[in-house]
Design a protein around this ligand. Structure first.
Ligand SMILES: [Fe+2]
Ligand SMILES: [Fe+2]
Length: 319
């Protein structure tokens, strides 16, 4: 049986042929809206808006074709100043998930380069405030999987670094852009963790857990070997599970790169606010309370305050 996936209506290109079958939810049932090859018109969009729908459904088996299609248009959409922030955020989310999925399948320098090309126009728009943070945060999906998690952490950590270093002239837009690639790829080491461990529904055995804990080192190796990113990106991957009290892994180190601490905060926040097979999503406020307990140093406290200020006005739209 095919599983259906919701996608934001904002990403559907108007006056273009749909590459997949589109469905809408009506009284808890999915009904066909537009068949593959049919042209999605402005009238369709008006109709969907009138019905108050913000999501349309596609077949899971066609998700990749759909993502590829959105990705092939994302460069144009993201650089067009007339495209609304909401549409850019939705297009960015799908195309970066698509690029991440490919990088996890085969983490070579070509795929990493593709990630950079996918992220670059959006990072520029975010830094120029052309994309509203509320639109970015509200587009994040909270059904946990490695790709949505990577993109969510990428979004939270990049915007957090941007706010945190706002007054710091040594961290300009070029430095932020480089860090950002590291944030989106922080878990790339999981590409070497066997799928049966990654997708396990129940709790992990000791052996599984030992394998899982290798992902920061594997991430470091992958990012250093592909050589298209800066060393900071590799440190982010290597140190995002370390804790300043030495209780983290893989090395139990206490002296952690500040950029990795930013990643850790975003990582914990996304893990807590996402649904897992064994737990419902936590409210952002409760997640921040837990993160507060993890804030060991003055740097962590300053970072947390920035994070709270940044998320504050958008929390209503986030969930
Ligand atoms: Fe991780
Ligand atoms: Fe992570």
């Amino acid at each position: 049986m095919d599983v259906f996936r919701p996608v934001p209506i904002d990403v559907i290109l108007v006056d273009e042929k749909s590459v997949v079958d589109l469905y809408i939810k009506h009284e808890d049932r999915l009904v066909p809206f537009l068949g593959k090859g049919g042209v999605f018109t402005r009238d369709h969009l008006v109709e969907l808006n009138r019905w108050g729908l913000s999501r349309i459904f596609i077949r899971g088996s066609e998700a990749l074709a759909f993502e590829d299609y959105i990705s092939s248009h994302s460069g144009r959409i993201l650089t067009d100043p007339t495209v609304p922030s909401r549409v850019k955020a939705a297009t960015f989310y799908i195309s970066s998930i698509n690029a991440l999925r490919k990088a996890f399948d085969n983490p070579d320098s070509e795929r990493i380069e593709e990630i950079k090309q996918t992220l670059k126009p959006m990072l520029k728009s975010i830094m120029k405030n052309e994309v509203l943070l509320g639109d970015l945060f509200s587009i994040t999906e909270h059904d946990f999987n490695t790709y949505t998690h990577s993109v969510n952490v990428g979004i939270y950590a990049t915007t957090l670094a941007m706010h945190f270093y706002r007054e710091d002239s040594s961290v300009g837009s070029t430095e932020l852009e480089r860090l950002s690639y590291g944030y989106f790829l922080h878990d790339i080491g999981k590409s070497r963790v066997p799928l049966q461990i990654l997708r396990k529904k129940g709790s992990l055995s000791q052996d599984d857990w030992a394998t899982m804990k290798k992902h920061p080192e594997w991430g470091y190796t992958i990012l250093m070997e592909t050589g298209t990113l800066t060393d900071e990106a590799a440190y982010i991957s290597m140190q995002h599970h370390e804790r300043p009290d030495g209780s983290g892994y893989p090395f139990g180190m206490k002296d952690i790169h500040p950029c990795a601490r930013i990643c850790t905060m975003a990582d914990i926040f996304d893990a807590l606010t996402s649904a897992r097979p064994y737990k419902p999503p936590m409210r952002p406020f409760d997640a921040l309370e837990i993160i507060k307990k993890e804030a060991f140093t003055e740097f962590d406290h300053n970072l947390l305050n920035t994070f709270i200020r940044m998320l504050g006005p958008h929390q209503e739209t986030t969930h």
